[in-house]
Structures are given as structure tokens and as C-alpha cells.
Design a protein around this ligand. Structure first.
Ligand SMILES: [Zn+2]
Length: 392
């Protein structure tokens, strides 16, 4: 069942802002999908290969996950479309009956693929896995996402490195717009939303030009891409600040691939509604935990006989049941439970942060929350460890 492309302009309201913050551009909202209403601002745990690393769907739901992200590029390479199609779509295949957003594969093609030739209608590249020659463009990316059956599909875009020449950034913006137009012409799965992506690096002119062109195409929501590509934090914030004014207020905004907890708080204040980031599960695998005061190395020696939880007051399963000393031991002897519990805590921490953000937005206290959170948050593990030694 495909919806004719004409219906792109005749869809029901997908997003509503229920409250705006008096001290910033932050908004409390609701995103309506076929598989449920999502309260925003929202964090989407990343299920790159059809699984949020080390976590199962029951845990994800228990910790408040509303929507997860799946990667078109990875799922297309393995297990491949035929298997997912036979399973009845991605939701069925991975047993996640709740909303899923899929990226278009563009980011992975430009960052992971081995050899590539950019053509008018897509990119020819070799799989990072076995070197197989693959072509992915707007048509293919939309077709794959249609088969996956995600609730929100992303357009296929070109994401150049942050330090590319201005000429290359302009070319990438041109292709991104042309490809967005092509994506829009493709059929989509029933009730599937499609978000446009704004590129343009740190150039205000390119961002404005790209945003206006993408918004003119009328998508269900808009993403800011080309952030989290190795640029300094100030540049990332600037890219969001210069793009946001050109995005319609009544559509959801998504900052792709961001960020640390303090960055999320700051990005919400800049009018962003959706986030995804691999950090919670990635740093867990290095033995690092996120807390409201910053990151802390659970593997570090100072946790040897620390029989407190990772974070006092945290309601996650790991903090309710295990001590830092035990988790440190598990990590040191490479027991899977150790990294699983850190993944549980870190993902829970991100989701709890978003719940707090929404509660403060509802109560009209976001400005105060933002100030306190950011001033208490120490991103450096070393500083936190030092502070901890001083406290004891
Ligand atoms: Zn915890």
C-alpha cells in the first residue's frame, strides 16, 4: 500500500508545540506517529544494526524509550532487505512495535564506505564489510526505508567533512537539495513521515540557502545535518543557531547525531526537539558512565571499594542493584554484565534527562534547570575524578 506523492501536502498535523520556554527557544511538544505519540524533546537510542547495543526492547521500554533509530546503510548490508521484508518489516524483525526513525544511509556512505563515486542520482561505493559494489541514492534510500517500514524516514543527503573547502560545501548543498526533491517523488510506506535535512556546514549563507530550499519542498519535519562530524562544539552550536530561524515552528526539528548531556540541554534551548547519539552505549563499552555531574570512569581505581551506586538517586536497574566496586570488577575481568549495566545506566540517564527537561518546560522552570545543569556538569572525566578525590 503506497500513498500517492500528492498526499504529501494533505497530511494531518504531525507535530504540535504545547508550550514554549520564556527564557529560550525551547519547546515542549508532541510528535504524532502511526505507532504512538512521542513527547518531545526526545532522545532516540541508536539501534545501528537493529539492536540498541547490549539492551533488549523490554529494558528500553522500562527506562522510557519512546522511539529508536535504525541505520539504513547497515541494515541494507546485513541482514539485507529480503530477510527484513520476509520478516514483515523492521518492527517485526527486531520485535519493537513502537516508533522507529531510520536514517537514509547518507552519513555512513560518506563516512564509512571505502571507495565512492558521487553521481547525479546517488553514490557508488564499496561496502565497508566485504567490498561489494553498492549504489545508494535518493530512490534507493527511500525504497529501503519503505521496506523497513520506519515511522520516520530521512531523505538521502550529502554530508561532507566539516573541514571541506567552501566550494565542496556548496556542491554538497546543491546535491542535498536535488536529492531531497528526488526523495519526495518516491512512494513511501503507509503513514511514514519523511524529514528533510539541512546541510551547509558552518556557513550562514549556505545554511540559509539550504534551509529555505528544503523547507520549500515541505517535509513532515526537518533535521540539521552536518553536525557531530568532528567540528568543535562552538561550531556545532553555531550551525544549529544559524539554521533554526529558517525552520517552521510547527514542524519537529531534529539535530542529527548529538550530543553530550550538557549539549542536549543547550540544544533544547536552541529549539531542537529530537536527538540521537551513540555516546551512552559507546562510552559504556569503555567503562565510562554519564551522571548529572559529568562522566566518570567506573574502571578507575578510586571505585575499588566504592559500594555506592554509579549515581545516587538513579532509578536504573544497575544503580538499584549493583555497586561501583562490583561493576568495576566486572569491567576489569571483561564480564559482559559490566558493560551491559553501564549501557543500562547511561541510556537511562539520557532518557531521564529528557524527562526532566520536559517536566521543567511544563513547569516553566527550564531556564533555571538549564543554568544549574550546565554549571554542575563536568564533561571531563579527569576533573570529575579529581573532584571526587577532594570530596572524600
Ligand atoms: Zn543508574
Amino acid at each position: 500500500m503506497f500513498i500517492p506523492t500528492d498526499s504529501w501536502l494533505n497530511r494531518a498535523r504531525m507535530f504540535e508545540v504545547s508550550k514554549t520556554d520564556g527564557s529560550s527557544k525551547a519547546r515542549l511538544g508532541r510528535l504524532f506517529t502511526a505507532r504512538g505519540v512521542i513527547d518531545t524533546p526526545v532522545f532516540m537510542p541508536v539501534g545501528t544494526q537493529g539492536s540498541v547495543k547490549a539492551l533488549d526492547p523490554r529494558e528500553l521500554r522500562e527506562m522510557g524509550t519512546q522511539i529508536i533509530l535504525g541505520n539504513t546503510y547497515h541494515l541494507y548490508i546485513r541482514p539485507g532487505l529480503e530477510i527484513i521484508r520476509s520478516a514483515g518489516g523492521l518492527h517485526q524483525f527486531i520485535n519493537w512495535p513502537h516508533p522507529i526513525l531510520t536514517d537514509s544511509g547518507g552519513f555512513q556512505v560518506f563516512s564509512l564506505a571505502k571507495i565512492r563515486r558521487i553521481q547525479a542520482h546517488g553514490v557508488e561505493f564499496r561496502s565497508h564489510l566485504d567490498g561489494a559494489l553498492i549504489f545508494l541514492g535518493p530512490k534507493e534510500a527511500m525504497e529501503i526505508q519503505r521496506v523497513l517500514g520506519s515511522d520516520i524516514a530521512m531523505v538521502f543527503d550529502e554530508c561532507p567533512p566539516h573541514d571541506c573547502a567552501p566550494k565542496d560545501a556548496a556542491t554538497a548543498v546543491g546535491r542535498t537539495i536535488a536529492w531531497a526533491r528526488e526523495c519526495r517523488e518516491q512512494p513511501r510506506a503507509q503513514d511514514q513521515q519523511v524529514f528533510g535535512i539541512v546541510q551547509g556546514g558552518s556557513s550562514p549563507e549556505l545554511r540559509e540557502y539550504c534551509a529555505k530550499a528544503i523547507v520549500a519542498l515541505e517535509f513532515d519535519g526537518y533535521a540539521i545535518g552536518g553536525v557531530s562530524v568532528g567540528e568543535p562544539e562552538s561550531e556545532m552550536m553555531k550551525a544549529v543557531e544559524i539554521t533554526e530561524p529558517f525552520l517552521p515552528v510547527h514542524k519537529a526539528r531534529y539535530a542529527m547525531g548529538l550530543g553530550t548531556p550538557a549539549q542536549l540541554v543547550e540544544l533544547v534551548a536552541r529549539g531542537i526537539d529530537l536527538f540521537d547519539c551513540v555516546l551512552p552505549t559507546r562510552v559504556a563499552r569503555n567503562g565510562t558512565a554519564f551522571t548529572y555531574k559529568g562522566t566518570v570512569s567506573i574502571k578507575a581505581g578510586f571505585n575499588k571499594t566504592d559500594f555506592r551506586p554509579i549515581e545516587e538517586g538513579c532509578a536504573c536497574y544497575a544503580c538499584q542493584n549493583f555497586t561501583r566496586a562490583y561493576l568495576r570488577h566486572l569491567l576489569n575481568v571483561k564480564e559482559i554484565l559490566g558493560l551491559r549495566m553501564l549501557s543500562v545506566h547511561n541510556s537511562h540517564m539520557y532518557l531521564r534527562l529528557m524527562t526532566d527537561i520536559r517536566a521543567h518546560l511544563a513547569a516553566g522552570t527550564y531556564g533555571q534547570f538549564r543554568d544549574e545543569f550546565v554549571s554542575n556538569y563536568r564533561p571531563s572525566e579527569r576533573i570529575l575524578a579529581t573532584r571526587k578525590v577532594l570530596e572524600r
